[in-house]
Design a protein around this ligand. Sequence first.
Ligand SMILES: [Zn+2]
Length: 273
Amino acid sequence: MKIYIAVDMEGISGINSHEYVLRTERLYPAGQRLMTADVNAAVRGAFDGGADEVIVADVHSASGNLLVEELDPRAKLLAGTPHQPRFPFLDEQVNGMFLLGYHAMAGTLCANLEHTMTSKAWHKFCVNEKPYGELGIDAEIASESGVPVVMVSGDDKLCEEAAAWLPGVETAMVKQGLGRQSALCLSPQMGNQKVYEHAKRAVERLCEGDAFWLPTVNSPARVAITYKMMPDADKANTYGTRRLDGYTVETTYERLSHMYGGIWKEYGIEQKI
Ligand SMILES: [Zn+2]
């Protein structure tokens, strides 16, 4: 039983503001410790549930956030950018994926640290007219490889989003969002415990033969990005794109994963979060 854990930072137990997730901010080292603790809880849960191989992909910002020397030695760590595809080694050998420490899509009311890929440049991300957050994007990319997302963790809004997109998924709610930069957090220890329990249960369910939801793969995928600033839309409006309005540029891909070229930079992202 092989499990692939994609870990972001905004939805990690105990994290509630941008100061924990930006490399240059004073609480970032604490954010790294909190992130590593949640990952170790998920890895432990996966192995206790029946996994015999676990890959952890550090996908927050430019990667390299986890404290490697403190990682559960049974896990393999995928770190660094850029790489193509978005999730190397995520293939049909993988039985289930966790989206750990994720956050709700851009514009979700009272969601802690909500955004979609970049809060600086992107206002909205739609595939075939449906708004997507990172949960939807990554779940569909996994689905392209036939891998279901079996467990997520984050705030209550992320868990609501997950329940709507991926019925039956295990959800570890580690905080309640009150605003973009405020949340009622469980203690990190309690958060770790919740992550452990849901990770273990998700893998047990896989071992029992539970069929988890695989989202529909859009092909072709018409990806429309609405930018916050018109100059960013002007910049993105190149050969092969369609300008839907002053702020929105649409591009058609055979698969959603094909829009990811190793980095998101060409879409206006300089710094994620
Ligand atoms: Zn992030």
